[in-house]
Structure formats: structure tokens, C-alpha cells
Write a protein that binds this ligand. Structure first.
Ligand code: AMP
Ligand code: GLY
Length: 427
């Protein structure tokens, strides 16, 4: 079958690499893709938010399945649009994607279905004074402040005191996030370590497709501003069999059942961001897509055919699917443009990558790269994902760091402690 994959990040390169190896994949198109995905199929320069153009392409090429990587087209309704025109799409409907698109939608949904999460209160309209009074009355810090809408990872603040709360609310109400923060959520702070579970959902059933831990902060020791993700490893040692069972029963099953019962069946990847608290696992956030860079360490672990799994979930036939994994750990270190996620420069040549022999134990997935006059250059904040594989977490970390030694570009930056927090939990 002909497949169209939408997106252009490291997540999509990893997915393109796996999909292109499927015995059922005839031609893989990636829109818009990146220089890495070009080696897995055919990149197509499409504006993926222009749904009519995407439809025209699908009909012209006879695409049988469209797989949507990032959240923006999903929240904007690409899945509904293409399905209404009779095309098969892997990715949730606009309403189901509200689990990521609106924090209020997600929190209210969890409350209705008794899914464990932080206590919260929603404020909208002219909420500054009211929200301040609410926190003053409780006087419990830190407190968590969240913009309701999509904010590219910048919509969550964790003030430690009243002064920071005031500055944070000011930032949300009056700054560039104003649109996303028309409604704001104040949440109880949950102590614990974060880990994520990824489920493949067909509207009625689900299968866990992997677990991972991300490193969201810019600097070693979890310091500095939040980023899209500076590195990740899989599987998460925090999510062993019993814990995963608890997450499945208390969180994922009621989510899939609750969405179906409310008339919004959830089809696609469900990303469950968890805090493993002393009281058990609680939901930090839902996302309606695979994580980036988590996908880069999970998808290569699959030993069964991803394309078959995606097709079965679009058909609502996941209950017969056996998802198989290898027993290796994977760690990815993200090489970023110095300054990311704040201001940074791009357009620098990338050296050393062509000399690297990629094997099963070591892979590179492109993110912010571009070919310019025959030279591979940087074109974004997150530039390359270097993935190491090993029998142990330690071995996979060493492979990733050894692998990146020969790569260089001006202002290249990466965290030196990816995976270190996981080593505390493995023998
Ligand atoms: P979110 O966009 O909701 O995932 O929040 C971004 C980050 O803020 C999360 O990855 C957590 O590190 C942190 N965070 C969000 N909500 C809470 C909470 N209720 N308690 C503690 N940390 C939180
Ligand atoms: N790595 C975090 C995310 O994909 O949202």
C-alpha cells in the first residue's frame, strides 16, 4: 500500500525508517519530511495545515493510509476532514485530540472518570484577581499554573512563591501566550519522578506500545528552561510489570472506555505523561500523538510490523494484534543548536555524519536539518537524535555518547547526563 506520513521531526524520521521496512509498504511519502526521511521514501513539499492540498495529493497518488505525527494538524482537524472524504487516517478526531489541545477538557474528563491526576481549578475571563485570591487562601507552594491551549511546551509554570506566581500570571495573561491562556488551570504540585506510557488505541481497545523517560529541561541536572525534549530512554525502569498493570487499569482503560462512552472514541497514539507519586501513578498530561524524542527510542524496539498495527487500529481491530518488542534498551541524545529553546542560530554545516556507520546498535534520526547546495546544514533547534542500543541501559547510553563524538556543527550543544536518572533504578 501507499502511505503518507505527516511531519518533519525526529519522530517522523524514526517512524519513516520503520514504516519503509514494512513488507506492506509500497511507497512511503513524507510531508514535508527532512533530509533523513528522504532516504526512507519520497519527501513532498506540502503545507500540512492546508487540508485541501493534502487531500488532492492523497487522491492523485492513491494513498491508502495517512499517518499523522504532530499535534497541530490533529487539533486543527485533519483526521475528521480526510475521513469525511472517505480516506483512512491514523490519528484522533478533533474532539478526541482535545485531550491534548485543551488542558481543561483533559482535567474535566479525568474528573468525570475518576482517573488519578492532580487536584485543579479552572479560571477564565478576567481571572487575575480571582486566581490570586484562590492561591492566597491556600498558601501552598509550589503551585502549577497551566495555559489551557497548545503552547508548544511553554504554557506550564511552577511558581515557588507569591512573587513568582504574580510574574507567571502576568506572563500568561499578557504575553505571547495570551490566546492559549484565555482559560488557565491552577493545579496541585505532584512530587515524584516522571515517566510516559504510549498506547495504540482503536476507539475501543488499546495495546501498550512502549514506555520511556524524557529529559525536558535544557541543562544537566534538570536545570534551565523546558524544551521539547533533550533526550530519552526506553523502557522506563519505573514502569515494570506491576506498575504498568496499574497504569493500564486505573488510567488507560478508563480513558479509552470513557472517550468511547462519551461518543468520542479515541483512535491513534495516546501519550500518557505520568508522575509516579508516593500515592501511585497520576496523569500529568495527555498528548494525542507519539512523543518526540520518545518515539525514536520506542519504535526501533518493535519486532512486529508497525504498519499492520496502524491499519488494524484504524479498522477498530486491535484486539487480535500481538505487538512484539526486542529486549534491548535504547537511549537518544538530542544534538541541539546552542541557545535552544530560547534564541539560536541555524544554517551551520554539519560535519562527520556521513562517516558514521549506522548499525542496529547505533542510529541517527534527523530533526532540524536541511540540504543546502549539497551540504547538510542545521535548520532548527533540535537538529539530530543519536540513538544507542544496548543490553543494559548503561550500554545504550554509552553507545549514544560514543556515536555522537564524530559529529560537529557550530554552537552544537547536548546534555551530558541523558539516562543517568534511570541508572538509579536498575541493578
Ligand atoms: P505539561 O505540559 O502539563 O506536561 O507540563 C509540563 C511539565 O510541568 C511536566 O512535564 C511536569 O514536569 C511539570 N508539571 C506539570 N503539572 C505538574 C504537576 N501537577 N505537578 C508537578 N509537576 C507538574
Ligand atoms: N517529549 C515530549 C513531547 O513529545 O511532548
Amino acid at each position: 500500500m501507499k502511505v503518507l506520513l505527516i511531519g518533519s521531526g525526529g519522530r517522523e524520521h524514526a517512524m519513516a525508517w520503520v514504516l519503509s521496512q514494512s513488507p506492506h509498504c509500497d511507497t512511503l511519502y513524507i510531508a514535508p519530511g527532512n533530509p533523513g526521511t528522504q532516504a526512507c521514501g519520497v519527501n513532498v513539499a506540502l503545507n500540512v495545515l492546508d487540508f485541501e492540498k493534502v487531500l488532492e495529493f492523497i487522491e492523485k497518488k492513491g494513498i491508502r493510509l495517512t499517518v499523522v505525527g504532530p499535534e497541530q494538524p490533529l487539533v486543527a482537524g485533519i483526521s475528521d476532514f480526510l475521513q469525511e472524504k472517505g480516506h483512512s487516517v491514523f490519528g484522533p478526531s478533533t474532539i478526541a485530540a482535545q485531550l491534548e489541545g485543551s488542558k481543561q477538557f483533559a482535567k474535566d474528563f479525568m474528573e468525570r472518570h475518576n482517573i488519578p491526576t492532580a487536584a485543579y481549578k479552572v479560571f477564565s475571563g478576567d481571572y487575575f484577581t480571582e486566581a490570586l485570591e484562590y492561591v492566597d487562601a491556600r498558601n501552598e507552594y509550589p503551585v502549577v499554573l497551566k495555559a489551557d491551549g497548545l503552547a508548544g511546551g511553554k504554557g506550564v509554570l511552577i511558581p515557588e512563591n507569591r512573587e513568582e506566581l504574580l510574574a507567571g500570571m502576568e506572563q500568561l495573561c499578557k504575553g505571547t501566550l495570551q490566546a492559549a491562556a484565555q482559560t488557565m488551570i491552577l493545579e496541585e504540585f505532584m512530587p515524584g519522578e516522571e515517566a510516559s506510557v504510549f498506547a495504540l488505541c482503536d476507539g475501543e481497545h488499546f495495546e501498550i506500545i512502549g514506555t520511556a523517560q524524557d529529559h525536558k529541561r535544557q541543562l544537566d541536572g534538570d536545570q534551565g528552561p523546558n524544551t521539547g525534549g533533550m533526550g530519552a530512554y526506553s523502557p522506563s525502569p519505573l514502569l515494570q510489570k506491576d506498575m504498568l498493570q496499574m497504569v493500564s487499569e486505573q488510567i488507560i482503560a478508563p480513558t479509552v472506555e470513557g472517550m468511547a462512552a462519551e461518543g468520542n472514541p479515541y483512535k491513534g497514539f495516546l501519550y500518557v505523561g505520568l508522575m509516579i507519586t508516593p500515592e501511585g501513578p497520576k496523569v500529568v498530561e495527555f498528548n494525542c500523538r507519539f512523543g518526540d524524542p520518545e518515539c525514536q527510542v520506542i519504535i526501533p524496539r518493535l519486532r512486529s510490523d508497525l504498519l499492520t498495527h496502524l491499519v488494524q487500529s484504524t479498522k477498530g481491530a486491535l484486539q487480535n494484534e500481538a505487538i512484539l518488542f526486542d529486549d534491548q534498551y535504547r537511549t537518544t541524545v538530542v544534538l541541539v543548536s546552542g541557545g535552544y529553546p530560547l534564541s539560536y542560530q541555524t544554517g551551520f554545516p554539519i560535519f562527520g555524519i556521513e562517516k558514521i556507520q549506522q548499525t542496529d546498535a547505533f542510529q541517527i534520526f534527523h530533526a532540524g536539518t536541511k540540504q543546502y547546495q549539497g551540504q547538510l546544514c542545521t535548520s532548527g533547534g533540535r537538529v539530530l537524535n543519536v540513538v544507542g542500543t544496548g543490553k543494559t541501559l548503561y550500554e545504550s547510553i554509552s553507545m549514544a555518547y560514543k556515536g555522537l563524538e564524530s559529529i560537529s556543527f557550530e554552537n552544537m550543544f547536548y546534555r551530558k547526563d541523558i539516562g543517568a536518572k534511570g541508572l538509579n533504578h536498575v541493578s
